[in-house]
Design a protein around this ligand. Structure first.
Ligand SMILES: CC(=O)N[C@H]1[C@@H](OP(=O)(O)OP(=O)(O)OC[C@H]2O[C@@H](n3ccc(=O)[nH]c3=O)[C@H](O)[C@@H]2O)O[C@H](CO)[C@@H](O)[C@@H]1O
Ligand SMILES: C=C(OP(=O)(O)O)C(=O)O
Length: 417
C-alpha cells in the first residue's frame, strides 16, 4: 500500500486543471441502466470510485470502455444486482436501485452499512420506491425490490438527501404518471443528472429547487453528456493556496458552484478572483482570519469541504467554531490534525478550533476521503515531514492528487508503506 510523504512549508504557485465531478459521474453512470444502448460521458475523472461503478455495471452485464470518454453499453443487463463485495467499498452503488427497479422491475442490492462519517441509512430511498408501488424486502443484508411498472407519487423527504433525490428522480423518469418530490436536494450534481435524463427524453421540471416534478415516459434513449467540474476538488485546491501562503489558478471549474466556499475563504482573508471558468486564489497577506462555518445542504457550505476548511482554521488568528449538520460523525480528522499540533476541542456536533502559529509534520492517517484531504492540506503547511497513510481513500475522490500538487511546487511523493 502507498503512503504520501509531504515536506511542508512551500507556498504553492501555478495552475491546476479541475477534473470532472465524482459525485456527478457516479449517478450518471447509474442512469445508463435506464436506457438500453451506448451512453457516452466526457470529463469523467479517473478514480477508484469510477472503476468500482464500472465493475458493478460489468457485473450486471454492461460493457464499458474508458478512453478519452467513458462509454457504457447497457444493451444487455442480465443480472440486476449489486453484490456486497462492491457496495461495501462504495456507498454510491445504491444509485443503481432506482434505475433497476424502473427498467427491470427487480433489483437486489446490498445494504451499504455504516461508514466512517455516520450511519447513513437509505430508508428514504426505500420509502420513496415503496410509495411508487415497489415491494421492498430486506433479507440477508440485501434490499430486494420487485415491481410492475412504477407509479408516479407525491413524496416528501424528511431530510434532504442527495443520492435519495437522484435515485427517485431516475425511478420516476420511467414511472407511469407524475411524481412530485418535495424537500429535494438542490446540489449541482442533481441538476447535472436531470440534464442528462432530460437529454435522454425524461420530462423533469423544478430541478435545482426543493420541488421536482417528473412526468414519467415509456422509454428513454441513450445519449452523450459532459460531466460538470468537481466543486469539492475546486474547494480543496482553493484551501491549498490559502494554507500554504501561495497563489493558484484553477482552470475548468464552475465558480457559481462554489459560492458558499468562496465567501468563507474571502472572509478568512483570501483574495479570489474569477474569470470565466478560472478562479485565481491568493493567500491572505496577513494572518488567516478565524471564522465560523456550519455545513448545510446546497447552496449552503458543503459537508464535503468541512474537514479541509478546518485544516485552514487550525492556523487562524483566533477561535473558529465549525458545526457539522449533515453527518453525525464527520470529525475523524480532528484527532489526526491534533497530531500535527492543531488545537481542536469537540463539543457534540461542533469543533472549536483555536488557531496555532504553526503545525509540525507527523505520521497521520484517515478513515475517509475528505478527512484524508484535510491531512494533506495540513501537511503542505506544516513544518517538516508528514506521512499520510491509507491513501486509497484519496484515490476514491481526487484524480492525480500528488501529480497536480507537484506541478504547483509541492514536495509530495508516494512511497510504499
Ligand atoms: C456519492 C455522493 O453524491 N455522495 C455525497 C452525498 O452522499 P449521500 O447522498 O449518501 O448523503 P445524503 O445527502 O443522503 O445524506 C444526508 C443526511 O441524510 C441522512 N439520510 C440519507 C438518506 C436516507 O435514506 N436517510 C437518511 O437519514 C444521512 O444519514 C445524512 O445524515 O451527499 C452527501 C451530503 O452532501 C455528501 O457528503 C456525499 O459526498
Ligand atoms: C462522502 C463522500 O463520498 P461518498 O458519499 O461516496 O462516501 C465524499 O465524496 O466526500
Amino acid at each position: 500500500m502507498d503512503k504520501l510523504v509531504i515536506e511542508g512549508g512551500v507556498p504553492l504557485q501555478g495552475e491546476i486543471p479541475i477534473s470532472g465531478a465524482k459525485n456527478a459521474a457516479l449517478p450518471l453512470m447509474a442512469a445508463s441502466l435506464l436506457a438500453p444502448g451506448r451512453h457516452v460521458f466526457t470529463n469523467v475523472p479517473r478514480l477508484r470510485d469510477i472503476r468500482t461503478m464500472e465493475r458493478l455495471l460489468h457485473h450486471m452485464g454492461a460493457r464499458t470502455e474508458h478512453q478519452d470518454a467513458l462509454t457504457i453499453d447497457t444493451s444487455s443487463i442480465t443480472r440486476p444486482e449489486a453484490p456486497y463485495e462492491l457496495v461495501k467499498t462504495m456507498r454510491a452503488s445504491v444509485l443503481v436501485l432506482g434505475p433497476l427497479a424502473a427498467r427491470h422491475g427487480r433489483a437486489r442490492v446490498s445494504l451499504p452499512g455504516g461508514c466512517a462519517i455516520g450511519a447513513r441509512p437509505i430508508d428514504l430511498h426505500l420509502r420513496g420506491l415503496q410509495a411508487m408501488g415497489a415491494q421492498v424486502d430486506l433479507e440477508g443484508g440485501y434490499v430486494h425490490v420487485h415491481c410492475e411498472r412504477l407509479r408516479g407519487t407525491a413524496f416528501t423527504f424528511d431530510q434532504v438527501t442527495v443520492t435519495g433525490t437522484e435515485n427517485l428522480m431516475m425511478a420516476a423518469s420511467l414511472a407511469e404518471g407524475e411524481t412530485v418530490l418535495e424537500n429535494a436536494a438542490r446540489e449541482p450534481e442533481v441538476v447535472d443528472l436531470a440534464d442528462y435524463l432530460t437529454a435522454m427524453g425524461a420530462r423533469i421540471e423544478g430541478v435545482g429547487t426543493a420541488i421536482i416534478r417528473i412526468r414519467g415516459v415509456e422509454s428513454l434513449n441513450p445519449g452523450t453528456h459532459r460531466v460538470i467540474p468537481d466543486r469539492i476538488e475546486t474547494g480543496t485546491y482553493l484551501v491549498a493556496a490559502g494554507i500554504t501562503g501561495g497563489r493558484l489558478r484553477l482552470t475548468h471549474c464552475r465558480p457559481d458552484h462554489v459560492d458558499a466556499v468562496l465567501r468563507k475563504l474571502k472572509d478568512a482573508g483570501m483574495t479570489i478572483t474569477q474569470d470565466g471558468e478560472t478562479l485565481t486564489a491568493e493567500a491572505s497577506h496577513g494572518p488567516i482570519r478565524s471564522i465560523n462555518a456550519t455545513t448545510w445542504p446546497y447552496p449552503g457550505f458543503p459537508t464535503d469541504m468541512q474537514a479541509q476548511f478546518m485544516a485552514l482554521m487550525t492556523l487562524g488568528d483566533g477561535v473558529s467554531i465549525i458545526k457539522e449538520q449533515i453527518f453525525e460523525n464527520r470529525f475523524m480528522h480532528v484527532s489526526e490534525l491534533r497530531r500535527l499540533g492543531a488545537d481542536i476541542v469537540l463539543d457534540g456536533r461542533s469543533a472549536v478550533v483555536r488557531g496555532v502559529p504553526f503545525l509540525s509534520g507527523a505520521p497521520v492517517m484517515a478513515t475517509d476521503l475528505r478527512a484524508s484531504a484535510s491531512l494533506v492540506l495540513a501537511g503542505l503547511a506544516a513544518r517538516g515531514r508528514t506521512d499520510v497513510s491509507r491513501i486509497y481513500h484519496l484515490e476514491r475522490g481526487y484524480e492525480n492528487l500528488d501529480g497536480k500538487l507537484q506541478a504547483v511546487g509541492a514536495r509530495i511523493r508516494r512511497e510504499k508503506e
